[in-house]
Design a protein around this ligand. Structure first.
Ligand SMILES: *Cc1c(COP(=O)(O)O)cnc(C)c1O
Length: 426
């Protein structure tokens, strides 16, 4: 029997607690688990038996969340970690060795641009940035040391839509995995694995938890990639020296990446989620489809209102009929283009600063994907350190404001923007 999304978001991975019958998934707030005997302990440490050893590696509450997200994304397994940024490192770690590179989209969450352009260099890795609307450029950017392609499904900050099937075909041709950051879409609006992605990463911090309470991340494994088809991925296909020479792909088949993520990634990098956070995220996911429907409905109404307003220069929302992404939205993102977009205010930098100071329902914060509506002026905050040219290239020029539309009453959101725009352009 197969179940619908609304059923799976509540039930996947969960069962009544075997010890107590508790219906809601308990928070297993424990560091360690008692071994039955010395043989049991040895079997667990040899990965001959799956079970719980120590919560840096595995924990029953987190295991439910992993199974829930893997199911919703159509993957075979998932590894939770301490943040969305941790998930990105955890996704690349089994694939990369010093000297390797990853081809990434220019349109990414600002923190991801810094992580890929600066910080991964400390590992001897590098990233080549390309415009993913130019599929030939994506292909041309790869060389023999390219070990992955990375993009966002719906991309920050403009809410642009990536043609995932086209990018997946490029990755396929090159024999490397496509990693999709599906944070802004959630599996309700987009299922990258069905379109050919190998791995999906999320910041659980955003729509999956949905209410601004948790920092967390997850890497979902499609189980579809043949790690032994080439010699490009020795950590998965060859004896892994960090695990007494175990060959992950030969031993664990289509769960090789997931097992590597736990047995090497969490064990040695230690970027582990905590069980309390997993509990909040599980509760958030129970209402994911309902929230995403409302986020999209509200975003469509607010974007249309802004587009028709004389004080506004342009709106980037891909859910508008006027968007250059309208055809891609209909073909690939039929349930909606998410709820994050930017708009440009006539009056430039000064008007934008006044606008964020004048809103009453919208919160001026550096976050997104909350039930609450959020606003930020990137040029005076997140993109402050960049040159004017870099700000413009990122879609975060001085006159641009980013909105993350929440699930409040849409008329209240429009009234709030109306009065704030009046104050800003007076
Ligand atoms: C927030 C975000 C991240 C980083 O996630 P954290 O949980 O803040 O580390 C990565 N990608 C996207 C698209 C995001 O919105």
């Amino acid at each position: 029997m197969t179940f619908g999304f609304d059923t799976l978001q509540i039930h996947a991975g969960a069962r009544p607690d075997p010890a107590t019958g508790a219906r809601q998934t308990p928070i297993y707030q424990t560091t360690a688990y008692v071994f039955r005997d010395a043989d049991h302990a040895a079997a667990l440490f040899n990965l001959q038996e799956v079970g719980y050893i120590y919560s840096r590696l595995t924990n029953p509450t987190i295991a439910v969340l992993q199974e829930r997200v893997a199911t919703l994304e159509g993957g075979v397994g998932a590894v939770c970690c301490s943040s969305g940024h941790a998930a990105q490192i955890m996704a690349l770690f089994p694939l990369m060795t010093p000297g390797d590179n990853v081809v990434v989209s220019t349109r990414l969450y600002g923190g991801s641009i810094t992580q890929f352009s600066q910080t991964i260099k400390r590992f001897g890795w590098s990233a080549t940035f390309v415009d993913f609307d130019d599929i030939d450029a994506v292909k041309a950017a790869a060389d023999e040391n390219t070990k992955a392609i990375f993009c966002e499904s719906i991309s920050n900050p403009g809410g642009y839509l990536t043609d995932i099937p086209a990018v997946a075909a490029v990755a396929d041709g090159l024999g490397i995995p496509l990693i999709v950051d599906n944070t802004l879409a959630s599996p309700y609006l987009c299922k990258p694995i069905e379109m050919g992605a190998t791995l999906v990463v999320h910041s659980l911090t955003k729509y999956l938890t949905g209410n601004g309470t948790v920092t967390g991340g997850v890497v979902v494994d499609s189980g579809n990639f043949d790690w032994s088809a080439s010699d490009k991925f020795p950590s998965l296909s060859q004896p892994e020296p960090a695990y007494h020479g175990l060959k992950f792909h030969e031993t664990f088949g289509n769960l090789a990446f997931t097992f590597h993520g736990i047995a090497i990634g969490l064990r040695d990098l230690g970027m582990t989620l905590n069980p309390q956070a997993a509990h909040y995220t599980l509760m958030g996911i129970e209402t994911l489809s309902l929230r995403m429907q409302r986020h999209v409905e509200n975003a469509e109404k607010v974007a249309a209102w802004l587009e028709a307003d004389a004080r506004v220069d342009y709106v980037t929302y891909a859910g508008l009929a006027s968007s250059p992404y309208a055809a891609r939205k209909a073909a690939i993102y039929p349930k909606g283009a998410g709820a994050l977009f930017t708009f440009a205010v006539k009056g430039g930098y000064e008007a934008c600063v006044k606008l964020v100071d004048s809103v009453e329902i919208f919160s001026h914060v550096a976050n997104l994907g909350d039930t609450r509506s959020l606003i930020i002026h990137s040029a005076s905050t997140t993109h402050r350190q960049l040159t004017l040219e870099q700000q413009e290239a990122a879609g975060a020029g001085p006159s641009v404001v980013r909105l993350s539309i929440g699930i409040e009453d849409e008329n209240d959101l429009i009234r709030d923007l109306d009065q704030a725009l009046a104050a800003a352009t007076a």
